[in-house]
Design a protein around this ligand. Structure first.
Ligand code: 13P
Ligand code: SF4
Length: 310
């Protein structure tokens, strides 16, 4: 690509030409967040996708999020800058294995985290995200047993909050499972006035040190409204962009993972780049498509989630 191409300007022009909307998750690189029409957590992005009237949804996030957008708004074209932008939770819950797991618990009401494939969603009774998981599980009729998939850590957190017992699929997020409790405690000693805010995909040993637990959007809202000045942030580092933007005078300290890597970025989310975003809008590919039958089957539990989230 010519070094003189102004990617941001080109993307803005393409947006007008295609009548497109760019939806981006908080874990996208800062430049992508800045060029997007809407930045949100997975629930807000699903809601935005469901109601957009744009012809094209350019989804800057991971595959399951783009799939959700397509299922909720099937007449729109959905583009994803890199189709390989998967998710460890979704990838490690293959539909055939999930079917077998579900068959072992035939009486259970199936609540699936949105970080799952369309095929797993299609086998579920209702979907949840990290921002509405407690609300959704509380809505499951009390006489029903619950099977929760695929994030065991979110599942345990929800069990604690709701008092409901649940059978858990043993999945986890490769980004959130490697935060180090030891390093977090060391940071707390170093910054005694800092509040710890954490995503519920973290392990219980990390979550027990958190002053506030919530979805990416909930974490953002919390740090912006809190009177505290310092925060240790235990989630993917992309969220720091909006935190610093919203409160430039506050200090945000990213929690360190349990390895020598100094960053905690989601390798799947970061497959999307400004260059790929530009190329996908210019070429109209890669486009996310789904078999019509699967789309219909996955729509019912997603719709139920949106209803139960109100
Ligand atoms: P949110 O729903 O909080 O945006 O989380 C999505 C996700 O993939 C977290 O790892
Ligand atoms: Fe999936 Fe974890 Fe990446 Fe979120 S951060 S998209 S759960 S791998």
């Amino acid at each position: 690509m010519s070094p003189h191409v102004d990617l941001e300007q080109e993307i803005q022009d393409l947006k007008k030409r295609l009548n497109a909307v760019i939806l981006a998750h908080y874990y996208q690189e800062s430049e992508i967040q800045d060029v997007a029409d809407f930045v949100g957590d997975s629930l807000a992005l699903a809601q935005a996708a469901a109601k957009t009237t744009a012809d094209v949804i350019v989804f800057c996030g991971v595959h399951f999020m783009a799939e959700t957008a397509k299922i909720l708004n099937p007449t729109r074209t959905v583009l994803l800058p890199d189709l390989k932008a998967g998710c460890s939770l979704s990838d490690r819950c293959p539909p055939a294995a999930f079917r077998a797991f579900k068959d072992k618990h035939p009486e259970h009401f199936v609540v699936s985290y949105v970080n799952s494939s369309a095929a797993v969603k299609a086998m579920s009774d209702v979907i949840c995200t990290s921002s509405n998981a407690v609300k959704i599980v509380n809505r499951v009729p009390p006489e029903r047993n619950i099977l929760f998939a695929p994030d065991q850590h979110l599942g345990r957190y929800v069990m604690k909050q709701t008092g409901r017992d649940m059978v858990l699929w043993p999945g986890s997020c490769i980004v959130h499972e490697i935060f180090s409790e030891k390093k977090l405690v060391q940071l707390q000693v170093q910054y005694p006035n800092a509040e710890v805010v954490a995503h519920p995909e973290c392990e219980a040993s990390v979550l027990r040190h958190a002053d506030f637990i919530g979805s990416t959007k909930a974490l953002l809202d919390h740090v912006l409204s809190s009177p505290k000045r310092e925060f240790i942030v235990v989630t993917e580092a992309g969220i720091l962009h909006q935190m610093k933007r919203g409160a430039p005078d506050k200090l945000f300290i990213p929690a360190p993972p349990d390895n020598d890597c100094s960053c905690n970025e989601c390798p799947y989310m970061r497959l999307n780049t400004m260059e790929k975003l530009y190329q996908c809008m210019k070429n109209g590919t890669p486009e996310l498509t789904l078999p019509a039958e699967l789309q219909t089957a996955a729509l019912a539990p997603l719709r139920r989630m949106l209803e139960w989230s109100l």
